[in-house]
Design a binder for this molecule. Structure first.
Ligand code: HEC
Length: 204
């Protein structure tokens, strides 16, 4: 005899349905997500490309960056250490006998066009620098192959280093002075009289 189970009272087969997350929890989750994104944004300066930890603001980064002038002078220092240091020395004092100083020199602090002319063609003394006469050595055209950028940088360096207060210069000064040099037809190294004749300012 077989038993009939059809009327046994047991729950039906499990089935899948839909149940909603309670609205309250939904709102809290959305709010947390929003606050999270806001915080991440804020701590990363809206993902500005130039801002990284530990900085949170572009202004903070900008305030620490070297100025354009500082960059120019720093570049000039590198060029000086290649093109000028062998003669004028790291401290800008020259050799005391045949190489004149750039520190405290009226030639360096005066019209920058004159330095462009000197570095472009070189110089044969005698010249007077900071009240002392020099002439035993001659200067080669040490800046002749430098670009206008590089020459502006190295001149800016010598005019602002070692206590010099001459100020930085731009490529416009270099280009204008180079044009005057070319127009003068100067061949070979300058003499002091030659510089004067070409219209370059020469310190007393
Ligand atoms: C080969 C050695 C030598 C090199 C390299 C050289 N100079 Fe000179 N420089 C001299 C000599 C020497 C004089 C003085 C000329 C003379 O007595 O005949 C002089 C004079 C000067 C003067 C004018 C006088 C003064 O002391 O202010 C300036 C400015 C100057 N040099 C700048 C530079 C700069 C900038 C560089 C690099 C781009 C440079 N020189 C590279 C040897 C050199």
């Amino acid at each position: 005899m077989s038993e009939d189970f059809s009327n046994v009272n047991e729950p039906g087969e499990p089935s899948s349905g839909t149940a909603q997350i309670p609205m309250g929890i939904m709102i809290v989750l959305i709010l947390l997500g929003y606050i999270g994104c806001y915080k991440v944004d804020q701590l990363n300066a809206n993902f500005a490309a130039n801002v990284h930890a530990p900085f949170t603001e572009p202004d903070e980064v900008a305030s620490l960056a070297p100025s354009a002038e500082e960059l120019l002078v720093a570049r000039g220092k590198q060029i000086y250490s290649k093109s000028c240091v062998a003669c004028h020395q790291a401290n800008g004092a020259g050799s005391g006998t045949d190489i004149p100083p750039l520190a405290g020199s009226g030639w360096v602090l005066g019209d920058p066009a004159t330095i462009v002319a000197i570095t472009q063609k070189g110089l044969i003394g005698p010249i007077s620098v900071a009240g002392k006469n020099f002439g035993a050595g001659t200067m080669t055209p040490a800046g002749e192959t430098l670009s206008a950028d590089e020459l502006a940088a190295v001149i800016s360096f010598v005019r602002t280093e070692w206590g010099n207060r001459g100020g930085t210069i731009g490529t416009d000064v270099v280009n204008a002075a180079r044009k005057t040099v070319n127009d003068s037809g100067q061949n070979g190294q300058w003499t002091v009289d030659g510089l004067r004749a070409a219209g370059f300012a020469v310190p007393e």
